[in-house]
Design a protein around this ligand. Structure first.
Ligand code: NOJ
Length: 564
C-alpha cells in the first residue's frame, strides 16, 4: 500500500464543479478544464463522486450500471482523457464505489423483482409480518427501511432511499461481480477508491426489531465486515502496492476503524468517521438547531487522534464534504472574519495526524447556500425531512431555518469560480441555485494578497516538507480551554505546536505553562519558527501570546527532549 501520510486529497462533487457543455450540470470534461487550478493548489489526488449511470435520485449514489459513465457527466472517453491529463500533472484520480446498495434501476434488481432467484439473492428480501415490514428499522433518509416488492408480500431492505436497494454481501457471486467492477476501473488507470458507507455491508443472518433504536446497531460494523473487506482487498486493489483507498464509515467506533485502516490488517488505507460533525446535533438529532459544542469537538478529536495512533490506524481529516454544511458557516464566521476563520479551520485540521481532504470550494471559503424557499432544494434527504418535520407540526419558517443550517445542499451549490451571472460554472441555469454570498469566488480570492487558496497551498507544502506533520505523534494540550484548540505534534527532535481560536473574541495562550507541563520550550520562537499563521504579524512570541479572533498558527522548534 502506498504511504498516504504526506498526501492531500481534493474532493470533486462532479455535478457542481464545472459545466463544460452549458447544460447547467458539472461534468468530467469540466474537471479536465480545471486541472491546472488543482495542480496549482498542490493536492495529490482527486476523488470524484460517482459518475456512473444512475437515475440520480441520490445524485449518483444510486448506481444503475457500474461500468458506464452517466451521459450527464460525459463519456468513457472523457474519463480516460481526464485520467491521462491528470497523470501528466502528477495528479491521481480516485473513483467512488457505492457497494452497499444499487439503484432499483440496476439490471440485477430488475431481474430480482421479476423473480430471478439468482439475482434475488443479490439483495435482501424478507417477508413482512401481517401488514408490517420485516423489522422496525428506519432508513437514514427517514421512514421505514423496507419497501414492499410488488404484490408478493415481500419487502426489500434499503438503508437509504427506497430506490437504493441494499446488496447481500453474503452471496459469493455478488461479491465477485463487485470485484470485477473494481478491477475494471483499476485497469483504466485510477489510483484509488473511496468506498461509500462500506461499514454497513454486512448484515446479520437473522434480522430483528430494534427495541432501543433505529436498527443501526445490528448492521453498523456488522458481523463479517472485516472478512468482506479483506477479501475485497485481496481480489482487487490489494494486488497493487500503490492504491489509495478510503472507506466511509457511518456511526463507527475507533476499535473498528483501527482494524479497517491498520496496514497489518490489509483492508483499507484510511477511514472517514463523522463523530466530530455531530457536535451541533441536539440529542443526536441532525434536524435540530444547536450551537456547536466546542468542548465536545475537542474531546472527539483527542479520542480519535490518540486512539487511532495508539493502535496504528489512519484517518481522513476533514470538516467538509458533499453531505455536510460548509465548515466556514458552521464552525467559523462567513461574514466579518471570513478569511481568518476559513484559514483557521484549515490549519486546525490539516496539521493533525491523518490525510487531509479538501472539498471543492473550501479552498476559497465557500459558505452555506442561504436558501429561503423549499423550491430551491434538490437533495432527497432534505426534501424527505421537510415533509417529515411538517407532519410533526413544525412551523414552515422553523423548518426552513433548520434546512438552512443542516441541508446537504449547503455543500452542493455549484462552484463560484467568478462573479459573473453563471459564476464561471455554467452558461445556462445551474441545476441547483448558487449560494447567496455576494463577493465570494475563486477569482476574487486568488486576486487578493491574503488568499485562502494560498493558505491551503502552504499547508499542503508543509505536509510534504515536515515529517512532524506527516508522521508525528499527537498530543492535545490545554484541554480545558474553552476557546482554543491546541495540540503538539512530535517527531524525533521536531516539535510543532498548533493553536487555533474558534471564537471571535480575544484570548491568551501561555507558553510558560506549556513549558512547565511538557518541557518543550516555544518561548524563544522567532519569526522563522512560525510555519503558518492567518495574521500577518505573529513575530513577537513571548511567554504569553495574545490570540486574536479566529487566529491560528503553528510554531516549530527543534528540541532534543523526548517529551511527546
Ligand atoms: C454516503 C454518501 O456520501 C451520500 O451522499 C449518500 O447519500 C449515501 N452514502 C448513500 O449512498
Amino acid at each position: 500500500m502506498q504511504s498516504v501520510k504526506d498526501k492531500v486529497i481534493y474532493q470533486v462533487y462532479v455535478k457542481s464543479f464545472m459545466d463544460s457543455n452549458g447544460d447547467g450540470k458539472g461534468d468530467i470534461a469540466g474537471i479536465t478544464m480545471k486541472l491546472d487550478y488543482l495542480k496549482r493548489l498542490g493536492a495529490d489526488c482527486l476523488w470524484l463522486t460517482p459518475v456512473f449511470v444512475s437515475p440520480m435520485n441520490d445524485n449518483g449514489y444510486d448506481v444503475a450500471d457500474y461500468y458506464s459513465i452517466d451521459p450527464s457527466f460525459g463519456t468513457m472517453e472523457d474519463l480516460e482523457v481526464l485520467i491521462s491529463e491528470a497523470k501528466k500533472r502528477g495528479l491521481g484520480i480516485m473513483l467512488d464505489m457505492v457497494f452497499n446498495h444499487t439503484s432499483t434501476d440496476h439490471e440485477w434488481f430488475r431481474k430480482a423483482i421479476a423473480g430471478d432467484k439468482k439475482y434475488k439473492d443479490y439483495y435482501i428480501f424478507r417477508r413482512g409480518r401481517e401488514a408490517l415490514p420485516p423489522t422496525n428499522w428506519i432508513s437514514k433518509f427517514g421512514g421505514s427501511a423496507w419497501e414492499m416488492a410488488g404484490e408478493s408480500g415481500e419487502y426489500y431492505l434499503h438503508l437509504f432511499d427506497r430506490t437504493q436497494a441494499d446488496l447481500n454481501w453474503e452471496n459469493e457471486d455478488l461479491r465477485k461481480e463487485l470485484y470485477d467492477v473494481v478491477n475494471f476501473w483499476i485497469k483504466k488507470g485510477v489510483v484509488g477508491f473511496r468506498f461509500d458507507v462500506v461499514n454497513l455491508i454486512s448484515k446479520p443472518d437473522v434480522l430483528e426489531d430494534d427495541l432501543n433504536g433505529d436498527g443501526r446497531r445490528f448492521y453498523t460494523d456488522g458481523p463479517r465486515v472485516h472478512e468482506h473487506l479483506k477479501e475485497l482487498a485481496r481480489n482487487t486493489f490489494g494486488k497493487h502496492h500503490d492504491m489509495i483507498t478510503v472507506g466511509e464509515m457511518s456511526s463507527t467506533s475507533i476499535e473498528n476503524c483501527v482494524r479497517y485502516s491498520n496496514p497489518l490488517e490489509e483492508e483499507l488505507s484510511m477511514v472517514f468517521n463523522f463523530h466530530h460533525l455531530k457536535v451541533d446535533y441536539e440529542a443526536g438529532d441532525k434536524w435540530t438547531l444547536k450551537e456547536f459544542d466546542f468542548m465536545e469537538l475537542k474531546k472527539i478529536f483527542n479520542d480519535w487522534q490518540t486512539g487511532m495512533e495508539k493502535e496504528g490506524g489512519w484517518m481522513a481529516l476533514f470538516y467538509n464534504n458533499h453531505d455536510q454544511p460548509r465548515s466556514v458557516s458552521r464552525f467559523g464566521s462567513d461574514s466579518k472574519y471570513h478569511k481568518e476563520s476559513a484559514k483557521m479551520l484549515a490549519t486546525s485540521i490539516h496539521l493533525m495526524r491523518g490525510t487531509p481532504y479538501i472539498y471543492q470550494g473550501e479552498e476559497f471559503g465557500m459558505p452555506n447556500a442561504y436558501f429561503d424557499d423549499i423550491s430551491e432544494y434538490r437533495d432527497v434527504e432534505s426534501i424527505n425531512y421537510y415533509d417529515i418535520l411538517k407532519s410533526k407540526g413544525m412551523a414552515e419558517a422553523e423548518i426552513l431555518e433548520v434546512l438552512r443550517e443542516k441541508s446537504r445542499d449547503n455543500g452542493r451549490t455549484p462552484m463560484l469560480w467568478d462573479d459573473s451571472d453563471g459564476h464561471g460554472f455554467t452558461t445556462s441555469v445551474p441545476w441547483l441555485p448558487f449560494a447567496k454570498v455576494p463577493g465570494i469566488s475563486a477569482e476574487a480570492d486568488l486576486a487578493s494578497s491574503d488568499s485562502i487558496f494560498n493558505h491551503y497551498r502552504k499547508l499542503i507544502e508543509l505536509r510534504k516538507q515536515y515529517e512532524v506533520i506527516s508522521d508525528g505523534t499527537f498530543m492535545m494540550t490545554d484541554m480545558e480551554n474553552s476557546h482554543l484548540l491546541c495540540y503538539l505534534r512530535c517527531k524525533g527532535t521536531g516539535k510543532m505546536l498548533v493553536v487555533s481560536n474558534f471564537y471571535d473574541d480575544e484570548t491568551e495562550f501561555d507558553l510558560d505553562k506549556l513549558f512547565y507541563e511538557t518541557s518543550i520550550d516555544f518561548r524563544k520562537c522567532t519569526f522563522e519558527s512560525v510555519l503558518i499563521s492567518n495574521y500577518y504579524d505573529l513575530a513577537k512570541v513571548g511567554e504569553i501570546i495574545r490570540i486574536r479572533p479566529y487566529e491560528s498558527f503553528a510554531l516549530y522548534v527543534e528540541d532534543k527532549h523526548p517529551s511527546c
